[in-house]
Each structure stands twice: as structure tokens, then as C-alpha cells.
Design a protein around this ligand. Sequence first.
Ligand code: NAD
Length: 253
Amino acid sequence: MSLLDRFSLAGKVAVVTGASSGLGVAFARGLAEAGADLVLGARRADRLEDTRRTVEAMGRRALCVPTDVAKPADCQALVDAAMAEFGQVDVLVNNAGIGTAVPATRETPEEFAQVIDVNLNGCYWMAQACGRVMQPGSSIVNISSILGLTTAGLPQAAYSASKAGLIGLTRDLAQQWGARKGIRVNALAPGFFASEMTETYRPGYLDAMIHRVPLARMGDPDELTTAVVFLASAAGGYVTGQTLAVDGGTTIT
Ligand code: NAD
């Protein structure tokens, strides 16, 4: 196998959650470009169709499954649908997430719990459902955040806790499933990338944060997608349990 062939996902089936907008769309496109067929999960069925058309225009197959990752039954149903359509699941990109910023003294139990339900618990329900059917050589990529590793000037207890928790989940599943199942489990910690989530930040926030970024700019989603493909493919075959910050160096400052 040539070095570049190791990045190929030809013949593989990849699940991407939160594939209706933002980074999830970029990941679906990148995984398709690397040769994978796609199973797309998100709550908004109409917007999933746009991603499906994008993947199919690249010559790959795509299955859309409306999914709320906070519901374990939805996660199992997505994987059941994937197995019925393709007979295999090789890659899971746990991308679905919500971002909130609420001062700690004002955050309600419901607000806090909802973020944990989606960003942390949802990744676990998806990993469980996929882990039951994945064969050796499979790979899970959890989309954490630099907020799992550091702070960024906003009151984000729920978001930070969920993303730090996801790094712990990554470590533990990697050790549970490494030798026993041959499944690698890693996390990405993105820095600042333009998306619907970052559009909700107050004016001036991102400009102020860029001063903390050694590369002095926001990331391009393709720069994250290449890391997803690396971790998802045989190119990352000896990497498991790790959290890779793709953040222009933000976490070293
Ligand atoms: P986004 O809001 O555009 O995308 C999030 C996606 O998750 C959406 O498609 C949304 O519909 C979906 N989603 C939310 N709740 C869901 C649920 N319960 N079930 C299924 N799908 C659900 O934002 P994004 O920036 O593309 O975020 C993608 C991931 O990247 C998130 O996990 C986010 O925390 C992480 N992240 C983003 C950045 C950034 O700068 N954009 C930085 C660090 C981490």
C-alpha cells in the first residue's frame, strides 16, 4: 500500500452526526472524497438532503437518518438503518453538538443538562451503537473542542464540561476496544472555525480571540477534515486514545 493509499476510505461506510450544517457537512464531503459511503444523521431532515445531494454528486452513496443523538433509541435506529443499507459501519464521526454561554449563577439545571445530553451523552450512545457492529480496523472520531482543554473568555461551564468529558470518554473507549475489538477511538479539539455555532458569538468576540491564536487566523474547515480523514483511515492506524488539537496553536498560549 502506498503512503497516500493509507488515507483512502474506499469501500468504507462512515457515519457523521450533525451532518446538516457547518463542520458536519465538510466532514461528510471530505470522507466521500476519500472514498467512503455516508450515513448522515441530524435532526433537520430537509437540510440532511442537501448534504446527501453533495455526497451523491461526488459519486458516493448516502443514507439520511433523522436522528436526535440525545435519544439512545435514535442512535441505535441510525446504526440499524446503516447496517440494513450497507451491511457495515467502519467510521463514526461524533460531530453533533450545541454551544451555549450562560453565566454559572444563572444557568438552569435544564440548560446545563441539555448540553451534556447532546455533546457528551449523545456521543456515547452513538459510540455504543456503532461499537456493537464495528469490525476490527474501524475508527471513531469524537469532535471535542479546545474548550475541553482550556478557556476562551466566555461563561461556558456546560460546553466545557461536555467537551472535557468527551476527551475522557475517548480515552476510556480506546482502552476498552483497542485490542479486544480493533476499534481506534480519538478526539479532535478544534479551535475557531466559521459555522452556525460561531455566528452566535457576540460582535468582536472572534476578533479578540484571534490575538490568542499563534497562526493569527480562524481555521478553514478543510484543515479539520484532513485530520478527520487521517484519524478515520489506516493512515492513523497506530493512533488511539488521543486528542489532537487543530487550533492554529491556541492551546499552547
Ligand atoms: P453547527 O451548529 O453548524 O453544527 C452542529 C450540528 O449538530 C448541527 O447540524 C445541528 O443540527 C446538530 N445537532 C445539534 N443537536 C443535535 C442533536 N441533539 N441530535 C443531532 N444533531 C444535533 O456547529 P459546528 O461548528 O459545525 O459544530 C460541529 C461540532 O464541532 C460541534 O460538536 C462543536 O461543538 C464542535 N466545535 C466547533 C468549533 C467551531 O469553531 N465551529 C470549535 C470547536 C468544536
